[in-house]
Design a protein around this ligand. Structure first.
Ligand code: ACO
Length: 430
């Protein structure tokens, strides 16, 4: 038997030439194909992969997903353990710095984030400029981009100290901007951040506090939000993280890059799916209508929102944790009547051949919206809640990208399939 080596042998049948491509970390390098030419002036072979279904664009040490088995780990720590035992700010440190912090490091980091939660007063005026019915996600996207103008030094992305300062600011200020967006849509005065509260409690205070100097959220809801932020903190190279890395690769400042990432998250196929789940459950209305709805999904007339995932071909581990969390929250808020429909819809879908053979399971968005609705968040606000948690991951991925010597400005190739050269035809001759 021939000796095995970590390489791939490719014969180009156009020329009969054979090439040996090294395999590293389970991949061959796309640039290796460029040497495969039919003539000296041939550009060389490219790899066609729309939507990057099988293209690794970076080496990363942050998040590991085994989509077949339904495994999610950050820096090696299983998501179940982080959700059970950690806090969002500790997970943010883990994601950004690579290791769990010591007690002192964590206290210092928490203090830094806590004391950077205020935004410039002009940001309030900026948010006031939006219509009363503006989508809070548009407000968040625009206000994060606007923050860039307050920190011109953020443009120096090569300075590690500046990078760190902006990461602290973004972690601290995104919840403030999110809460201001919420208060604006409700016609309520903005509530300033409070340094005596935890990260999730301060956020809930900025959202829900009406004139209570000692406002404190229920501890179960405070913990539920910490866990929800943890569950959304990172998910490797998804659409929004790809936007963060792509825009960041041009060395735009992190506010601008994070605004682009949040824009990608806005879409209904990504972070906007949690609100689409609620609209879907409301439209279904009663358990009796579920079979009819499922039939429409199978005929491709509808999408079962909150189901399916590019990477998971198994139950999304975050969905399992959120489903459990929902029951704890409902003990405080009262049961969301849509839960019954969601549970039944999941049961029917998981038994149906259509979903089984396509390996479609609930994703993180299937149950999160039910919690948000029970806490009286408006539906349009759900992607904003997702963005607060994901800020940690976007920043960790941005930092890793900038420190990675193999990275350059992102610039995919295309296969040009348009017209070949032709002469311009004057308008009266067309
Ligand atoms: N409902 C019904 N059918 C579905 C669904 C769904 N939710 N998801 C996938 N399918 C079907 C597709 O129609 C396709 O069927 P076919 O083989 O007959 O053509 C098959 O399953 C494979 O799906 P793909 O389109 O290849 O899956 P892809 O990886 O491109 O899409 C996505 C993943 C976008 C998440 C998709 O499953 C979807 O649209 N889900 C609903 C939206 C959603 O919940 N998004 C949140 C994702 S998690 C997140 O971003 C946080």
């Amino acid at each position: 038997m021939a000796e095995r080596s970590d390489s791939l042998t490719v014969t180009d049948n156009r020329t009969g030439k054979t090439f040996e491509l090294p395999i590293k970390d389970g991949a061959v390098t796309g640039m290796e194909f460029r040497q495969m030419k039919t003539s000296e002036d041939d550009f060389g072979l490219m790899v066609y992969d729309p939507a990057f279904k099988n293209t690794a664009a970076c080496r990363s040490e942050i998040t590991y997903i085994d989509g077949e088995k339904g495994v999610l780990e950050h820096r090696g720590y299983p998501i179940e353990q982080l959700a059970e035992e950690s806090s969002f700010l500790e997970v943010a440190q883990l994601l950004i710095n690579g290791e769990l912090p010591s007690k002192e490091e964590h206290a210092a980091f928490t203090q830094e984030v806590t004391t950077h939660t205020f935004v410039h007063e002009n940001m309030k005026k900026f948010i006031e400029g939006f219509r009363y019915d503006a989508n809070p996600m548009s407000m968040l996207i625009s206000s994060v981009a606007a923050l860039s103008s307050f920190y011109p030094e953020a443009g120096d992305v090569s300075d590690p100290a500046s990078r760190r300062a902006q990461m602290i600011r973004l972690l601290a200020k995104v919840p403030t901007l999110a809460a201001f967006a919420y208060r604006h849509t409700q016609g309520l005065p903005y509530v300033y951040p409070r340094n005596d509260l935890s990260y999730p409690a301060n956020f809930l205070s900025m959202v829900f506090n009406i004139n209570e100097p000692d406002y404190k959220p229920h501890p179960v809801l405070e913990r539920a939000f910490d866990v929800l932020f943890i569950l959304h903190a990172d998910h490797e190279q998804n659409c929004s993280t790809t936007a963060m890395r792509g825009v960041g690769s041009s060395h735009a400042d992190p506010y601008t890059a994070l605004s682009a990432a949040a824009s990608a998250l806005y879409g209904p196929l990504h972070g906007g799916a949690n609100r689409m789940v609620l609209y879907m459950l409301e439209r279904i209305g009663t358990k009796d209508n579920i079979p009819n709805f499922v039939e429409k999904v199978k005929k491709k007339e509808e999408l079962l929102m909150g189901f399916g995932h590019r990477v998971y071909r198994n139950y999304d581990p975050r969905a399992r944790i959120i489903k459990k969390l929902a029951h704890q929250v409902f003990e405080i808020t009262g049961v969301n009547p849509l839960l019954e429909i969601a549970v039944e819809l999941e049961r029917i879908a998981l038994e149906d051949e259509y979903f089984v053979e396509r390996k479609l399971y609930p994703n993180v968005d299937f149950y999160s919206g039910l919690i948000y609705q029970a806490m009286k968040f408006p539906i349009d606000f759900y992607p904003v809640l997702f963005a607060i948690g994901r800020t940690a991951g976007w920043l960790a991925q941005w930092r890793e990208m900038l420190e990675d010597k193999e990275q350059k400005i992102a610039r995919p190739r295309q296969l040009y399939v348009g017209n070949s050269t032709r002469d311009y035809v004057p308008m009266d001759k067309r």
